[in-house]
Design a binder for this molecule. Structure first.
Ligand SMILES: C[S@@+](CC[C@H](N)C(=O)[O-])C[C@H]1O[C@@H](n2cnc3c(N)ncnc32)[C@H](O)[C@@H]1O
Length: 262
């Protein structure tokens, strides 16, 4: 089991790991492993092919409409300027890519699921979307000013390899923002939320999704995903990312992690 040592400080709503990690005993954490949840890339793609047609609607229903705010916060955290180039990995139907384009930057999405890309081409014909695996992105080194991934890093088979691949296509000094489900920080709320995830979410998904089983996987994968500090440690440990910090959204249901390319 991997054990890492981190500390953090609060700065303008963002918590950070300092560049030099120091090792007080109280800050020791163990990273969560995802033993039963690892899927092969073709299985992930098939699962998303199966939910593609109603993905956008299901998403908004299950998130009680909060997803729009999370996407806006992701765009703001990236600090995009007009004319910059930003890659949205795991873009799916392009709903996250479309939001990035509102900054005036050139936003392109890449995804493994042809079904999701096809659905996106119908609903968002103006959003550039390409087939591409997070682990072997079809771009030259240092192509982008920023790379982001929303609600998809959890699905990638090898998190560390994906983080290194994101760094490869990002220019030195460029930015990374990961938007992902995380762990609510308030204990009683976390308990309620976990009950919603494991019991109600699959039931609601049966009513709206074209493939409700995928939402059982969703609930289980969220539960098994590292918390805010754990993901920050993974990003820092992957090597090419510096100044790692995170910020909670909706009480920690979602967290934004940002980092700068070394
Ligand atoms: C939950 S959807 C997120 C879509 C969109 N980013 C959003 O915010 O709604 C996750 C997406 O990640 C994609 N994905 C999973 N593994 C991937 C990989 N290795 N490379 C590229 N895309 C991947 C899936 O096909 C799916 O479309």
């Amino acid at each position: 089991m991997a054990v890492v040592y981190i500390t953090h400080e609060a700065r303008a709503g963002w918590e950070t790991i300092p560049p030099v990690l120091f090792l007080p005993r109280w800050s020791r954490i163990a990273l969560v492993t995802r033993a039963d949840l690892d899927k092969q890339p073709h299985e992930v793609a098939e699962m998303f092919d199966g939910v593609a047609n109603r993905y956008d609607l299901t998403n908004t229903v299950l998130a009680f409409g909060q997803d729009r705010g999370w996407r806006r916060a992701t765009r703001a955290a990236l600090g995009l300027r007009p004319g910059e180039r930003v890659l949205d990995v795991g873009a799916g139907t392009g709903v996250s890519t479309e939001e990035l384009g509102r900054s005036g930057a050139f936003a392109v999405g890449a995804d493994l699921s042809i079904g999701m890309l096809r659905a996106g081409r119908v609903t968002r014909p103006d959003v550039p979307l390409l087939a591409g695996d997070a682990l072997r992105l079809p771009f030259a080194d240092a192509t982008f000013d920023a790379v982001t991934i929303s609600f998809a890093l959890r699905n990638v088979v090898d998190t560390a390899a994906a983080l290194r691949e994101f760094a490869r296509v990002t220019r030195p000094g460029g930015r990374l923002v990961v938007c992902e489900f995380s762990h609510p920080t308030n204990g009683p709320f976390r308990t309620l939320y976990m009950q919603y995830l494991m019991r109600s979410l699959p039931a609601v998904a049966r009513g709206v999704s074209s493939n409700p089983e995928a939402y059982v996987y969703l609930a289980e994968s969220i539960r098994a995903w590292p918390d805010q500090r754990g993901l920050a440690a993974r990003i820092a440990e992957s090597g090419p990312w510096d100044r790692v910090g995170w910020r909670n959204l909706s009480g920690g249901i979602v967290a934004l992690h940002r980092a700068t390319r070394v």
